[in-house]
Design a protein around this ligand. Structure first.
Ligand code: SF4
Length: 434
């Protein structure tokens, strides 16, 4: 087989996978392979799969089947990532046209297989983040030590491994020099950063934020995703409020609002603490935007427990709330429970909570009407009447998961402009460049 010169990489799943793919791409391009847009033009087709829940596994399998069906003679099809970490043998059996299977984190092996001299490009860190327009992800750690009974991530990714601060500072600088105006800090649990490096529980992240903000001069937006509820400390909140670059936005996946359900999930269940930190966040940052995600239809969830979740969402009034239906996952404790709920019940509960949240989100967005916000421009367009518009995000919207802002006017993508907000829907804001 000749030495591959081109590759086509497909990435599925979450931002952490985007970062892993970026790491692989930097090794491949460092080894002088060229990326191509069309799989048919590639010597090697690589799929970075997602194995988080059944739905994402199905999407990964569909992609692999499609690529295998279009594979031509001499091409290599390589499948790697979370799904193959769990089901590598099965995937290989289901799709015989696959040439190579790798697990999660085996990116150096993939590069070596494609004749990259990995030692020569070795200083490429696994925290390499991805610039997507003017935003980039910075993966500050990988793996997770939490015992959540529905989650297979610890089995896929292993134990917590934090990236050293010096490496993160270097990577952050590289991304900003490459044009990033916003760094989105991601991990399985960002608030655990540093615990495996010997730092006391929940104390590492505030220090890391200080170092990043100082080194970037307070200009770059720093956004925190995936905080673990019991680690949202007073120190973290005060640090967020104090640092000019850290946007007043926090994503804390809470998973449920019933103590009984949280107990079965083996999640932090001190809801008083949650109310306490939400109050603290809103006191020191009155404009703070809160995002959470929850699971509807966890095994054994009674109607009363679900109603507690609805009341919890009503009481806190999150700006953004994602509802997932519980999905069975092999190798998790919850999979062995004998009180799984029918899909109709799970879906009906999800829809009910989404309806409640829609009204809350609409109220939360209305408070921005009449105000001026800084907006990061991501794209240009025009209205049906040919008037120029720009699309982008303010501190209120995280990339890929929240809404967008559309404003009348002209501005260069990658710049920050002031926008006067004139209208709002449940999820999006509308305005004019001021
Ligand atoms: S904290 Fe998140 S990644 Fe870790 S086990 Fe729980 S749900 Fe999974």
């Amino acid at each position: 087989m000749s030495i591959p010169k081109t590759y086509h990489l497909v990435t599925l799943g979450c931002p952490k996978n985007d970062v892993d793919s970026e790491h692989l791409e930097r090794m491949l391009t460092g080894g002088r392979l060229e990326p191509v847009d069309e799989p048919s033009a590639a010597d090697a087709i690589i799929v970075n799969t997602c194995g988080f829940i059944e739905q994402s596994q199905a999407e990964s399998m569909e992609t692999v089947h499609e690529l295998a069906a279009g594979k031509r003679e001499g091409q290599q099809l390589i499948v790697a990532g979370c799904m193959t970490q769990l089901y590598g043998n099965q995937v290989r059996q289901d799709v015989p046209l696959i040439d190579h299977v790798f697990g999660a984190g085996e990116w150096q092996q993939v590069a070596k297989l494609l004749s990259v001299d990995v030692d020569a490009v070795f200083d490429i860190p696994e925290t390499a983040a991805r610039v997507d327009g003017p935003s980039a992800y910075l993966k500050i750690s990988d793996g997770c030590d939490a015992p959540c009974t529905f989650c297979v991530i610890p089995k896929i990714k292993g134990k917590l491994r934090s990236a050293p601060a010096g490496l993160l500072l270097r990577e952050a600088r590289r991304l900003v020099d490459a044009g990033a105006k916003e760094l989105v800090l991601v991990a399985q649990d960002t608030t655990a950063w540093g615990e495996d490096l010997g730092m006391p529980a929940a104390s590492g992240l505030p220090g890391l934020l200080r170092m990043l903000d100082e080194s970037l001069g307070g200009e770059t937006w720093l956004r925190l995703m995936y905080a673990y509820p019991s680690r949202v400390s007073a120190e973290l909140i005060e640090t967020m409020a104090e640092l000019p670059g850290v946007v007043p936005y926090l994503d804390v996946p809470l998973q449920h609002g019933s103590v009984a359900t949280l107990r079965r999930m083996k999640r932090p269940r001190d809801l008083e603490k949650v109310h306490g930190f939400v109050e603290h966040l809103r006191r020191v940052m009155p404009d703070v935007v809160l995002r959470t995600s929850v699971i509807a239809g966890f095994p054994g969830e009674t109607e009363a427990e679900f109603e507690e979740l609805v009341q919890f969402a009503r009481a806190i009034e999150f700006d953004h709330l994602g509802v997932f239906t519980y999905s069975k996952q092999q190798w998790t404790e919850a999979d062995g429970h004998d009180d799984h709920l029918p899909d109709e019940v799970k879906h009906e509960r999800r829809d009910r909570l989404m309806t409640v949240q829609q009204a809350i989100s609409a109220r939360r967005t209305q408070r921005f009407v009449g105000r001026k916000l800084e907006m990061l421009v991501e794209g240009l367009g025009e209205t049906d009447d040919g008037e120029p518009v720009v699309a982008g995000r303010t501190y209120r919207e995280a990339p890929e998961v929240d809404g967008v802002v559309v404003a009348m006017g002209v501005a260069e993508p990658g710049t920050k402009v002031e926008v006067e907000i004139t209208a709002a829907s449940e999820y999006d804001l509308f305005g004019e460049i001021a």
